[in-house]
Design a protein around this ligand. Structure first.
Ligand SMILES: Nc1ncnc2c1ncn2[C@@H]1O[C@H](COP(=O)(O)OP(=O)(O)O)[C@@H](O)[C@H]1O
Ligand SMILES: [Mg+2]
Length: 310
């Protein structure tokens, strides 16, 4: 008997998987990103996920920092499998899922150097298939990305319905956030960005961080920025990180936890996306159909908070 054609099988399975998902409910996909590293993306992703799960939502958290995976470290989890194993055909996506606080479903990344843009077409098909086979109800998918304008960051952000850009009051965080928003907007058609000010002293600092970014972004780019609030600089959060716990679960009454719950209420009020575009399969299809990110456009450098921005 002749062997079945290897390439044909995954495509058939994929089509069946996608059909079974057509009737599924829309999934809100949120990418959490930043221009600069160390501004709190992973903490925001984890705590937003847990805060949403605490309100009864089914939340999946995808570690999209493919070079420097760290959601598992942040939560003291020891994954046996990650996304790279799925792509290599060693396990299913279901096998990688770990249960975090409040039942958050966590998909760990590999700590290799693999970028979405480097996957070949069979692996792309495999990824779509992996997500389409997932037989779990999901309301929200949160993607914790790497920092900056790396291809994978652009790819995840462009494929998501909402992009949260995390900034701090540090001028380099602001200029790097502007550079990222510029590339997303000018080269990749992202028209709406949610800005979260992290590690701020108080509400008025959060507002002024947002105002500086908005002034320059709305003047030079065709983009709408929305302010989704601030997370205070909070030693309880640092303590939770050291204990490898989510602060909203470990210290629910501290100021940062209160702010994360408020953020979750805001994210919830965005409402569900309309129609099939909101299904998980479409997120993954958009994800794998992205062309490699272009180099940033060479525009004259505007100034932000007194600092020339790229
Ligand atoms: N709101 C906050 N208050 C105090 N410290 C914070 C806060 N957010 C982040 N940090 C500190 O910054 C570090 C880096 O955060 P992380 O979420 O890993 O950033 P990123 O994912 O952007 O690299 C944390 O380990 C923590 O010590
Ligand atoms: Mg991180």
């Amino acid at each position: 008997m002749s062997k079945p054609q290897m390439a044909a099988l995954p495509i058939l399975d994929q089509a069946a998987g996608l059909r079974s998902l057509k009737a599924a409910q829309p999934v809100r996909v949120i990418a959490v990103t930043s221009g600069k590293g160390g501004v709190g993306k992973t903490n925001v992703s984890v705590n937003l996920a847990v805060a949403l799960a605490q309100t009864g939502k089914q939340v999946m958290l995808l570690d999209g920092d493919l070079g420097l995976a760290n959601i598992d470290v942040m939560l003291g989890l020891q994954p046996s499998y990650n996304l790279a194993h799925v792509l290599d055909g060693k396990c299913t996506l279901e096998d990688t899922i770990m249960t975090g606080p409040a039942g958050v479903m966590i998909v760990p990344a590999s700590s290799g150097k693999r970028h979405m843009a480097e996957l070949n077409s069979l692996q792309h098909a495999g990824l779509v298939q992996a997500f389409s086979e997932l037989n779990r109800p999901i309301d929200v998918l949160i993607v914790d990305t790497a920092a900056g304008i790396a291809d994978s960051v652009i790819t995840f952000s462009q494929a998501s319905q909402e992009v949260i850009v995390v900034v701090t009051g540090d001028p380099t965080s602001l200029t790097d956030a502007y550079a990222l928003i510029k590339v997303l907007n000018r080269d990749h058609g992202v028209e709406r960005v949610q800005v979260l000010a992290n590690m701020v002293r108080d509400a008025s600092e959060a507002q002024s961080v947002y105002d500086s970014l908005r002034r320059v972004a709305e003047r030079f780019l065709d983009v709408t920025l929305s302010f989704i609030g601030g997370i205070p600089s909070d030693d309880w959060l640092k303590r939770a990180v050291r204990r490898q716990r989510a602060v909203v679960e470990a210290y629910p009454n501290c100021p940062a936890s209160e702010a994360f719950r408020q953020l979750a209420r805001r994210a919830d009020s965005w409402g569900m996306p309309n129609g099939a575009r909101g299904n998980l399969e479409f997120f993954v299809e958009r994800l794998v159909q992205q062309p490699a990110a272009n180099s940033p456009t060479g525009a004259s450098a505007p100034r932000l908070a007194g600092v020339a921005v790229p």
